[in-house]
Design a protein around this ligand. Structure first.
Ligand SMILES: [Zn+2]
Length: 360
């Protein structure tokens, strides 16, 4: 298993982002080991985003992923420094790995709960073998996308719930074996996801955190996930005015909780979404892609009273904490020559007062 660092790279642990809420003012403090250029970039308000979840290999992105590759380049020009491509089944393990290497991004390997009905036991063995084979690949950053879906009716029969559960548990075991974080999918199943994580921790070393993708649970569930070392992935769904609960959650979660994602091509933001009546009238569905992430971030930042670049900094630091291997892939942070501490004012107090109140 690959267990080291690339030469000359930096490592941010989950304790590197510390945040606190004081008198209604949120101050996030990120301790970042970085080279001068990357700090200049941050200071010059050139936002750097990480799309922690997108499926660039999906058929919507055309033959040979042509539209996806185009969208990835557009995203890069808008400041999306990294994307994470989760696998969904054995058949796309190669596709996500090859794409990540081609675009300079990251990938995860796993079997998605929606693909459990057609997965064979041999697919889990293939996943175990592939994780072994790619253990030294620095672009492999997590086991995912795995989890439980108790929303789709066909997946809710007793037999299928049991099959999902066994598949989820087995993949948590693999994550534990490799010391990798996990990217979780959960619909109407967060308590069961938590049960699996607790069981795994009782068996041995805890799962190394990760991301609860497309999170839409309660604040209490969010707090338990955070305590287990997870971040919560939010994105396009929260851009809809009608998504009041989700927007409230985005506004009130602790600052170290949030990472951003497009889940492209799924979960389009409001401006890409075309309803059934509009489709019938001939208006085409907009294609959600990683290039939408900066606009999603800019739209959501205001919910927390943040500027877009402050949300970009915060969510990027959180993504690096959730998926630590990403740090070595960031072109401007890699090759650090000296440790530099940055105290970034995200909201509220002046940089001077933030610096004079160092985190405990
Ligand atoms: Zn997904």
């Amino acid at each position: 298993m690959w267990d080291g660092e690339l030469p000359g790279t930096v490592v941010l642990g989950s304790d590197c982002l510390m945040a606190k809420k004081e008198f209604g003012t949120v101050v996030a403090t990120a301790e970042i080991l970085a080279e001068r250029d990357s700090l200049d970039m941050l200071r010059n308000n050139r936002c750097m985003w990480i799309d922690t979840h997108c499926h660039l290999d999906a058929p919507e992105f055309g033959p040979d992923h042509a539209l996806g590759l185009q969208a990835r380049e557009s995203a890069r020009a808008l400041g999306v420094a990294l994307c994470v491509y989760p696998a969904v089944e054995r058949a796309n393990f190669d596709a996500v790995r090859e794409l990540a290497h081609r675009t300079g991004d990251a990938y995860a390997l796993g079997i998605h709960p929606l693909y459990v009905p057609r997965a064979l036991d041999s697919d889990l063995r293939a996943l175990a073998d592939e994780l072994e084979r790619r253990a030294g690949d620095p672009r492999l950053v997590a086991v995912g996308e795995i989890g439980l879906d108790f929303f789709v009716p066909e997946l809710c029969t007793p037999a299928m719930r049991e099959r999902q559960w066994q598949c989820y548990r087995e993949q948590l075991r693999l994550a534990q074996r490799h010391g990798l974080p996990v990217i979780l999918h959960g619909r109407r199943s967060v308590d069961w996801l938590l049960k699996g994580l607790r069981e795994a921790a009782a068996r041995g070393r805890p799962v190394a955190g990760g991301i609860a993708h497309a999170f839409n649970g309660s604040l209490q569930q969010a707090q338990v996930l955070l305590a287990l070392g997870f971040k919560l992935g939010l994105g396009g769904a929260a851009t809809f005015d009608a998504a009041r609960q989700l927007r409230q959650l985005f506004a009130t979660l602790p600052p170290d909780a949030l990472v951003l994602e497009t889940d492209a091509p799924d979960i389009p933001p409001q401006w890409c979404y075309v309803n059934a009546a509009e489709r019938a009238a001939g208006r085409p569905q907009g294609l959600n892609s990683p290039a939408e992430l900066p606009r999603i971030g800019a739209g959501l930042a205001g919910l927390r009273g943040l500027t877009p670049d402050a949300l970009a900094d915060l969510s990027t630091a959180n993504a690096l904490a959730a998926l630590p291997r990403l740090t070595a892939l960031l072109p401007l942070l890699a090759g650090a020559v000296s440790p530099v501490q940055t105290v970034r004012q995200v909201e509220g107090s002046s940089p001077a007062s933030a610096a004079s109140n160092p985190e405990p």
